[in-house]
Ligand binder design. Structure first.
Ligand SMILES: *[C@@H]1O[C@H](CO)[C@@H](O)[C@H](O)[C@H]1NC(C)=O
Ligand SMILES: *[C@@H]1O[C@H](CO)[C@@H](O)[C@H](O)[C@H]1NC(C)=O
Ligand SMILES: *[C@@H]1O[C@H](CO)[C@@H](O)[C@H](O)[C@H]1NC(C)=O
Length: 503
């Protein structure tokens, strides 16, 4: 087995790739959301399966909810005052075909849960738990040590009802009973679309509410596919007499959306002053530039042609050794080029706080409050290496995912792409280049816009460019986990976006 030495795949996950493109078949689902083909004969008028008042749920034990339109799915949910303390808080599982179980945290809005929009959040990896997003970045609390949390005044439930989900199965507190695996984003998208449909159908208070799908890092691949699956599923929901999901927007932070723009941008980040002064010496930079010129164009073409062959594999290895290996050796933090990595990359992800988060989520008392299934190992792991290898082994990351973004834009879904300016892993340069070159009806207008400053209380926060439904923004001085580094600016960005206001 060949090994990636550099950090590219460490940022997506871990520095090893399996040389196999085998697809493990999933348990077959009945339709995209598991909808019965003819549910009209079964849907009862009774409100028994709808929970308008989430407050009625027990905090002691799970309530199990079933829905006749989704016979292969059920929901286990419990109430608590976890993390925020002042808002309705619910955790649980969506159980799929009785064998796959997706864990979620749901926090109601601090503003007005009855009218505010709903935000879905996933971290990336592939294989990373959304615990990092919740407890380090934009959740209502932050882990402050192995046994405690502190209130986060900049949580994104400031003006929205927010979900955090561990996905796909095998990640975080999500699990499968018989070793079923989800190893590509299109497969993961099926479970997510079902999850979303079931949530809104059960929690009818939120029905028709504006819905925003958000994510970070590998979320740059996840979120466009998840939102597309939700969008396409709406036709089936309508056909079945159910309320469609009011998908309003996608929001991607420091996304890895296109592999070839990303590879190319590693040169810019390390050898030009687009973010910080060049960190590599000239001879290394010249080698890197040659790799970009001679290695990437064929790679990009191969991706376009969807040639799933060894040629791409070796090309990828070449890019890896020439473009990201020098960075890996530099000792800088790939998530924040202004800093050194604290700890071992795979142990702390450069932030020792991640170890506290894992310790916190390994406590029995915390798990009882959350209702974590007893079958899970007591040691919480924020990152599933096997899931990561399986996705990368299937070349999931090689797909030009902006094709989905363009399709969403053309169907009226708003798109926000933002990036902390110090991140190398899925940096702002690659995101900007990807968007400038993305073909869609608004491309010309988008390209013609200047990259202008945006501010918070009159102080420079970053730069932005938008046209029509598409907005690109940088958050200056933030790294990969932007809401951790710049909580105020990130919340202003999120709230303005949700309100439909310009930056
Ligand atoms: C955290 O709590 C556990 C018991 O739940 C205890 O054993 C441990 O010493 C505590 N750690 C700290 C740092 O307080
Ligand atoms: C969908 O959500 C938006 C808010 O994001 C809201 O303005 C709109 O009225 C909603 N549409 C429907 C049909 O409820
Ligand atoms: C759990 O983690 C601790 C600390 O990392 C380790 O010492 C222990 O062996 C682990 N236990 C299991 C069952 O993996």
């Amino acid at each position: 087995m060949l090994k990636f030495s550099g950090f590219l795949l460490l940022v997506l996950g871990v520095g090893a790739v399996v040389n196999a493109a085998s697809q493990v078949p999933l348990v077959s689902l009945n339709g995209i959301a598991g909808l019965e083909s003819n549910p009209s004969t079964q849907v009862p008028s009774a409100a028994d399966y709808r929970l308008n008042d989430l407050n009625l749920l027990s905090s002691e034990e799970f309530s199990v909810l079933n829905h006749p339109a989704f016979p292969h799915y059920s929901v286990r949910i419990k109430k608590s005052d976890f993390c925020d303390g002042n808002v309705g808080t619910y955790t649980g599982y969506i159980d799929i075909s009785e064998v796959r179980h997706l864990f979620f945290y749901f926090f109601e809005s601090r503003n007005d849960p009855d009218t505010d929009d709903v935000v879905f959040w996933t971290n990336g990896g592939p294989g990373a738990s959304s615990a990092m997003g919740l407890f380090m970045e934009l959740g209502p609390c932050r882990v402050a040590g192995p046994n405690s949390t502190t209130y986060n005044p900049y949580g994104w439930n400031d003006k929205a009802n927010v979900f955090f989900i561990d996905q796909p199965v095998g990640v975080g507190f999500s699990y499968a009973d018989y070793g079923e695996k989800v190893e590509t984003t299109p497969e993961a998208a099926k479970d997510i679309a079902a999850f979303v449909a079931i949530f809104f159908e059960h929690f009818s208070k939120f029905k028709g509410r504006g819905f925003h799908m958000a994510g970070e890092s590998y979320g740059g691949r996840y979120v466009p596919l998840f939102a597309s699956a939700v969008y396409d599923q709406n036709a089936k929901l309508i056909e079945a007499g159910l309320t469609p999901i009011n998908l309003s927007s996608i929001m991607i932070g420091n996304g890895c959306t296109d592999f070839s723009y990303l590879m190319e941008s590693y040169y810019d980040m390390q050898c030009t002053p687009v973010s910080v002064p060049p960190i590599q010496d000239i001879s290394t930079c010249v080698r890197m530039k040659q790799a970009v010129r001679f290695g990437l164009n064929p790679l990009a073409n191969a991706i376009e042609l969807l040639l799933w062959d060894s040629y791409r594999y070796h090309d990828a290895l070449f890019c890896d050794s020439e473009l990201d290996a020098p960075f890996a050796m530099s000792g800088y933090n790939p998530y924040d080029i202004s800093k050194r990595c604290e700890g071992e990359l795979l142990d702390t992800f450069c932030y020792p706080l991640n170890k506290d988060i894992s310790a916190y989520l390994s406590q029995r008392t915390v798990r009882e409050i959350l209702g974590v299934d007893n079958s899970l190992p007591l040691n919480f792991s924020s990152f599933n290496v096997d899931v990561n290898r399986a996705f990368l082994g299937n070349w999931d990351h090689m797909f030009p995912t902006q094709l989905y973004i363009a399709a969403l834009l053309e169907r009226g879904i708003r798109v926000l792409i933002y990036a902390g300016s110090y991140d190398v892993a899925c940096n702002w340069v690659s995101n900007e280049r990807m968007l400038l070159n993305m073909e869609w009806l608004g491309q010309e207008e988008f390209r013609s816009q200047p990259l202008r400053e945006w501010t918070v209380d009159g102080v420079h926060a970053g730069r932005t460019r938008s046209a029509g439904l598409l907005t690109f923004a940088t958050i200056d001085g933030a790294g990969h986990m932007a809401p951790y580094d710049k909580p105020v600016e990130s919340l202003v960005l999120a709230n303005k976006w949700l309100a439909g206001d310009e930056l």
